[in-house]
Write a protein that binds this ligand. Sequence first.
Ligand code: G1P
Ligand code: ZN
Length: 544
Amino acid sequence: MTTQTIKTTPFSDQKPGTSGLRKRVTVYQQPNYVENYIQAIFDSLEGFAGQTLVIGGDGRFYNDVAIQKAIRIAAANGFGKVLVGQGGILSTPAASHVIRHYKAFGGLVLSASHNPGGPEGDFGIKYNIGNGGPAPEKITDAVYARTKIIDSFKTLDTADIDLNAIGTQQVGDMVVEVIDPVKDYAALMQTLFDFDAIRALFAGGFRMTFDAMAAVTGPYANAILEDMLGAPKGTVVNGTPSPTFDNGHPDPNLVYCKDMHDLLMTPDGPDFGAASDGDGDRNLIIGKNRFVTPSDSLALLAANAHLAPGYKDGIAGIARSMPTSAAADRVAEKLGIEMHETPTGWKFFGNLLDAGRVTICGEESAGTGSNHVREKDGLWAVLLWLNILAVRKHGVDEIVREHWRTYGRNYYTRHDYEEVDSAIANQLMDDLRGKLASLPGQTLGDDMQVAYADDFTYHDPVDGSTSAKQGVRIGFVDGSRIVLRLSGTGTVGATLRVYLERYEASDGRHDLDTQVALEPLIAIAEQLAGIKSRTGRTEPSVIT
Ligand code: G1P
Ligand code: ZN
């Protein structure tokens, strides 16, 4: 079979964001758009001849089309083998595991995560390296540079492969193996958690609801929660992946999982509610009468991880993204282990995990994970929670309150302003940066004294690289913080994220409403950035 070299012209908008290249499906459907990007990725890599590439996605609209293209381009570029999930399905954490488990060269993860899908929705392609994690900036920068000058791509003129047939097929000189997307991942979970204890929990009448949001975690949750752990049938809802996510928005937050939240707040509701996003890497945790913020969940999981077999010897360290609350820092301090603050995006955890300096990582955006893979992992977080509940034999609310009594409570919220005009959002950030130098020492609001104000720069302690302009931080003397940054995953206009945090000590007041507790900081953020007057918005689009 002869390789075809097809002439092409560059697209100017193929700059990877926080997590790969996310665009409207209609953008991806332009002739050669997928081809250019995948060829640019391969052009930025070295030494993959004859090696294995993993391909999988969250089942969203256009997945199947893009996978067939990717397979042909991989074959034409000299990969020896492609491992692809049946039906094109692999959750993002499962893809990470498959890359590691089979010692693949890397992988293509086809997803736009929690963004809506369907013909009018979003699509995305992300490249992961051999450690199973998102490519570091060195590679994503090279890919972007390549997309700007690419003039041809390589492909083969072959029929589509049958994505549903488990087993091997041939594409040119390359082998394509269609694998069960769940099996290897489920086996990994069994090595980490006490399945017997969790099975006993369910057998004892513990009731749970898991919302797969018509996205990728359906098959995983059905197999693990219902089949292996004996949760009653019906525990998993919306468990069949749909290309449009049943026209929903697969983001497991209190806006899109409001019904589940409300159910958990009723006396007859289940004991535990959880959800995961489009590609299975995010998690939402709600106990009876208690929503657990992702920042608190990170701290709690780190403090209790030793109760699960996979972490019984303790954890080496914790890392959190900069905007994530400092709740986990207090756990690290007590455990006497390393704590790292990194820029937003899972790719920044990879080096720390590879170097064995941290075991558990998390982001305020509902992402938690550990060194078992190099992505955040929604079901992992759910299973660790179940393991902890099974061992401690207390409810979620009790465990959360006890945590606050020990460590204090970090009140935390994030206000998002979506689809803001990009020029306005950039100007807002620029003006704010201009004010930073004069802020330290000033008193804002009634009595909030600024301790520091900067634009976060990260120095990676493992490879020495530096990442600047990662978000504006305004820290106060009492430990409170305001952080503002622009999203790197939005596909239309700009999304302004405002993160607010206030610490209440272990003997302090832990029962305030979060928005009320943070009211003074919300007002200061408005005063400094002029969000309402500049954007014309009277309130955030999403509050988490
Ligand atoms: C968002 C989250 C970030 C997460 C990323 C990918 O990025 O804030 O924590 O890693 O999605 O799931 P952002 O849109 O803020 O750049
Ligand atoms: Zn995701």
